[in-house]
Write a protein of this length. Structure first.
Ligand code: C2E
Ligand code: MG
Ligand code: MG
Length: 460
């Protein structure tokens, strides 16, 4: 036997080959410790690691994130009846259906045999997790066709939210799995939040949202009018249009309880347009009967930022025949102060149409006074909180006085909201406030009652 003597070059090549093999094996080991070989999805360890990473950034940037845990209902039966090979094909198909339910930046992982989990790394609100959960549930209901067989499945889904249901990856994942189990052990084919409070809150909001969508066509929305008075003559000079939702089961729902939701969902755009059109037509009819009066219509941020807002407003004026000088649009301070230059341009466009703009709830936001000076508005509406406490708190009277003086020096009209007592009215008279609105005179009234007031005021 002759010992083959290897050259130096041959030895180097061999070592390099070995190194490469070790590298490949390490890579494979790494893969095995982080990924599931059947589905190629991150395994439990890597998934938890990713949750931890997202928790860190959610904490830093103040995001809400969600962990969604999914268990396939009665999966054991599939394996028992059709065998493991077919079961594996189904699991692969499930993993691709799940990936299709989320954004590329969201992670899907396989937690154990028939359990998967997803991270929604950044959501705007709790209901967004419900949207994804529902997507998952319905994608699982579609029949799986394997080897010509049709297999029906369903999934149980548990949801946890950071930060309310857990502050670290382990807790969030564990609690999501507990929430999933609660569904699996009862009905299956549904989702559940870990916290029951969250279940109640989300289901209430979703119910509210779906009835809000139908409210307009079902004629449940009404516009009430609250009269505004000139302080010196104490005559009605106009009114504010205020929306009311009269729900068939829950009765009157305050705008404070549905405007924010309408704003979030974008429903404020059609609802607000309806208020505007209704208020313009009603005011035109009243002017024809009782003489000139101005109507204030509230515009929320979303409406104000709508691209065709100016068009919507001018169409409402044309269709109703109302002269634009009788329409005043109310913007809150935060709407007006958002995107300063854009706001000035839009208000100027309104002004060119002959429409006036007021700043509502003045004093509660953080107006920059130098910016206010440049806003082409005509009226400041002092927030009711200052008026209410004027009688108890000298500082509030001083604030009201300062707002009135400042407004006058900017040649703006001032109206005080929330005037509830004669004392309020007297102080405001002394401070030379121009106009008032509040329960002392009248609450917001339905059309027929407001009309009675106009009749009386015409006689008087
Ligand atoms: P706002 O525009 O500041 O309207 C004034 C609110 O003060 C009204 O509440 C009115 O009923 C209430 N109010 C008037 N006088 C008094 C008083 O003497 N005492 C007390 N305690 N309250 C008084 P409302 O009707 O509940 O409306 C609340 C808010 O909802 C409005 O505040 C406005 O921001 C919003 N809103 C109402 N209607 C609409 C609408 O059609 N579109 C939009 N975007 N927002 C609306
Ligand atoms: Mg208002
Ligand atoms: Mg107000």
């Amino acid at each position: 036997m002759t010992d083959e003597i290897k050259t130096k070059e041959e030895l180097i090549a061999e070592v390099q080959q070995l190194r490469f093999k070790v590298f490949e094996m390490e890579k494979h080991l790494e893969y095995l410790s982080h990924f599931d070989t059947l589905t190629d999805l991150p395994n439990r360890a890597l998934f938890i690691d990713r949750v931890e990473q997202y928790v860190t950034s959610a904490r830093r940037y103040g995001f809400i994130m969600a962990v969604i845990f999914l268990g396939v209902d009665r999966f054991k039966m599939i394996n028992q009846s059709f065998g493991h090979d077919l079961g594996d094909i189904v699991l692969k198909e499930i993993s691709s259906r799940l990936a299709a339910c989320v954004r590329d930046s969201d992670t899907v992982g396989r937690m154990s045999g028939d359990e998967f989990a997803l991270i929604l790394s950044k959501i705007a609100k709790e209901e967004d997790a419900v949207i994804v959960a529902n997507k998952i549930i319905s994608s699982m209901r579609k029949a799986f066709i394997v080897d010509g067989r049709e297999i029906s499945l369903s999934a149980s889904v548990g949801i946890t939210l950071y930060p309310s249901d857990g502050k670290d990856a382990d807790t969030l994942t564990r609690n999501a799995s507990t929430a999933m189990r609660r569904v699996k052990e009862t009905t299956g084919d549904n989702y559940n939040f870990f916290t029951s409070m969250m279940n109640d809150m989300v289901s209430k909001r979703l119910t509210l949202e779906s009835s809000l969508r139908k409210a307009l066509e079902r004629d449940e929305m009404h516009v009430f009018y609250q009269p505004q008075f000139d302080v010196s003559s104490q005559r009605v000079i106009g009114m504010e249009a205020l929306i009311r939702w009269i729900h068939p089961e829950h009765g009157m729902i305050s705008p404070l309880n549905f405007i924010p939701l309408a704003e979030e969902t974008g429903l404020i755009v059609p609802i607000g347009e309806w208020v505007l059109r209704t208020a313009c037509s009603q005011t035109k009819a009243w002017i024809d009967e009782y003489g000139p009066m101005r109507v204030g219509v509230n515009l929320s941020m979303r409406q104000f930022k709508e691209k065709n807002m100016i068009d919507t407003v001018s169409r409402a004026l044309i269709d109703s025949g109302l002269d634009s000088k009788y329409l005043e649009l109310e913007l809150t301070e935060s709407t007006a102060m958002h995107d300063a230059d854009g706001t000035i341009a839009v208000i100027n466009e309104l002004k060119n149409l002959g429409i006036t703009v007021s700043i509502d709830d003045f004093g509660t936001g953080y107006s920059s006074l130098s910016y206010l000076k440049n806003l082409p508005i005509s009226t400041l509406k002092i927030d009711q909180s200052f008026i209410k406490s004027m009688t108890e708190n000298k500082n509030d009277t001083a604030i009201v006085k300062a707002i009135i003086n400042m407004a006058h020096s900017l040649t703006l009209n001032v109206i005080a909201e929330g005037v509830e007592t004669e004392q309020h009215l007297n102080i405001l008279g002394d401070l030379k406030c121009d106009e008032v609105q509040g329960y002392f005179f009248s609450k917001p009234l339905p059309v027929a009652e407001f009309e009675k007031l106009l009749k009386m005021s015409k006689k008087g």
